[in-house]
Design a binder for this molecule. Structure first.
Ligand SMILES: Nc1ncnc2c1ncn2[C@@H]1O[C@H](COP(=O)(O)OP(=O)(O)O)[C@@H](O)[C@H]1O
Ligand SMILES: [Mg+2]
Length: 506
């Protein structure tokens, strides 16, 4: 009897429905899987056969043909095991159930248990969009899958248990996970703003950056606390919205990076790849395209420490994604697009030795060396950075005596309010933060009060602001005003925003 069961393939982040059709005919015993299967699928033959036997079902001793359709979708990975096993049980009439409303996902182990499988969330998401009502997933993926509403998630421990469920011998109950993200958020961070002594100027700039999702570059001598400041940034970021959390979880799900105990990403990602990272490590790639660091920091922070040390190709590859908020990877079988909406936080020394402009140590670099060092960051890349700050040395005295400063949770409250203001402001548009406003949106949302207008006018002339820096100042001023809950942009908002513009080293 011909049996058909539904499963799903993932290419990039996108799911595709797969029909798993099994036909069993008389003839010499054989077990063939067709439909462009790769090596991983051939391996699944062994797992499926062994799992069926170890679940006390018969593996038919006849000619078995499994077809994964459509044939033109290149399939990989072990996630079809369960669907193949169910279609064999159905085709051999050991189970007689109508499966048209259900989708089966997951890898089998030889003893018939289901193993945690990568990419479950985007698959469940597709199943829901296709109007299916039941998804059977490995128990260890149930939490992850349950984030989506309007579809029933059945956590399956083993093939035997699932077969018993369909025979009515026992009932697997749908899994209802915690959908309120706020309650899932853990609230302890390794680094807190209060650990950083002094550096009020830098902390203020980071707060503004976090609030409006502005890219920021910190420049300062070694040991001034740049790395420490960047690492404490996650503690002040606004919480993920449910939609954002699902996007991030999908990326981590296909990358196999969801930690075993937490199947859902509830924190904004913070990625800090080393400067030796390759271009494809940063942007993504491979035969089965995997998200790179820029996608793993989607909706979060990409921290590039020792910024000029990154390879030229790697740095330049950031430009397009920073503009488009997605990255497209070309491959033989068509392109794959991953989201890449990250906030860039970069840190660098002012010169090769690190002490140019330092009041306490002498800089040993020549003008040429300093210029060459700074040139490693190209103009177009710098153009995509909103906030530039100097992070000078904090004197030893202050480090030891200064009382602890404002904690991250206090700062975070302000950032959260500002985040909400922006969510409301940009509802129904493709924009999500002040940093990504279009010129038209800036006209609409950046109303300058009269005094601010005239200050900005003068500054634009005297400082020879380019069109790009003009808009940058305006966006930052919007965020600064938001932090004060001010609808109009006032003089001191513009004045502060002007401080964050880039200054040439000479
Ligand atoms: N402002 C500061 N407050 C507290 N500790 C600091 C500060 N600046 C530097 N430190 C200490 O110095 C160490 C080195 O700082 P780091 O962030 O690595 O500097 P950078 O990245 O600028 O070279 C930190 O681990 C921290 O212990
Ligand atoms: Mg450092």
């Amino acid at each position: 009897m011909l049996a058909k069961v539904l499963s799903c393939a993932i290419i990039g982040l996108e799911g595709f429905m797969i029909d798993v059709e099994t036909d069993i005919l008389a003839g010499l015993p054989s077990f063939t899987i067709v439909g462009l299967p790769d090596k991983a699928i051939q391996e699944s033959r062994d797992r499926v056969k062994s799992a069926i036997k170890n679940s006390n079902y018969k593996f038919p001793n006849r000619r078995i043909t499994v077809n994964l359709a459509p044939a033109d979708i290149k399939k990989g990975g072990p996630s079809y095991d369960l669907a193949i096993a169910m279609s064999i049980l159905s085709s051999s009439e050991q189970l007689s159930v109508d499966f048209t409303d259900s989708i089966f996902l997951g890898e089998l182990s030889l003893d018939g248990r289901l193993r945690r499988t990568h990419g479950i969330l985007p698959m469940v998401s597709l199943a829901r969009d296709k109007g299916l009502s039941q998804v059977f997933v490995p128990l260890d993926n149930a939490e992850e899958a349950s984030l989506l509403e309007n579809i029933s998630i059945f956590p399956v421990e083993s093939l035997a248990q699932l077969a018993a469920h369909f025979k009515g011998e026992l009932e697997i109950l749908p899994y209802h996970g915690e959908k309120d993200l706020q309650r899932r958020v853990p609230s302890s961070y390794a680094f807190d703003f209060s650990h950083v002594k002094g550096q009020e100027h830098a902390k203020r700039a980071l707060e503004i950056a976090a609030a409006g999702r502005h890219n920021i570059l910190m420049t300062g001598p070694p040991g001034s606390g740049k790395t420490m400041l960047a690492r404490s940034l996650p503690s002040i970021l606004p919480p993920l919205t449910t939609e954002e959390a699902i996007e991030v979880t999908k990326i981590y799900s296909v990358s196999g990076l969801l930690p075993p105990d937490t199947s859902l990403v509830t924190e904004r990602p913070f990625r800090s790849p080393h400067y030796t990272i390759s271009h494809s490590g940063l942007t993504g790639g491979g035969q089965w395209p995997r998200p790179g660091e820029i996608s793993l920091s989607h909706n979060g922070v990409l921290f590039l420490d020792e910024f000029p040390e990154f390879g030229h190709v790697a740095l330049e590859s950031l430009r397009q994604p920073m503009e488009d908020k997605v990255v497209t990877i070309s491959r033989v079988h068509g392109n794959v697009t991953f989201p890449a909406n990250f906030m860039l936080v970069a840190a660098m020394n002012p010169c090769p030795c690190g002490y140019y402009g330092d009041p306490f140590r002498e800089c040993k670099c020549s003008v040429t060396e300093i210029t060459r060092y700074n040139k490693r960051i190209s103009g177009p890349l710098l153009d995509r950075i909103d906030i530039f700050i100097d992070v000078p040395h904090v004197e030893y005295e202050r480090l030891t005596t200064e009382k602890s400063a404002e904690t991250s949770s206090t700062v975070r409250e302000r950032v959260k309010v500002t985040h909400k203001t922006q969510l409301e402001r940009f509802t129904g548009t493709a924009t999500f933060s002040n940093a990504s406003m279009s010129p038209t949106e800036m006209k609409k949302f950046c109303m300058l009060e009269a005094a601010a207008q005239s200050l900005f006018h003068t500054a634009t002339k005297q400082l020879h602001l380019t069109a790009r820096s003009f808009y940058r100042v305006l966006k930052i001023a919007r965020t600064i005003a938001d932090l004060e809950n001010s609808t109009g942009i006032k003089t001191h908002h513009i004045a502060e925003a002007l401080q964050y513009r880039r200054k040439e080293p000479f």
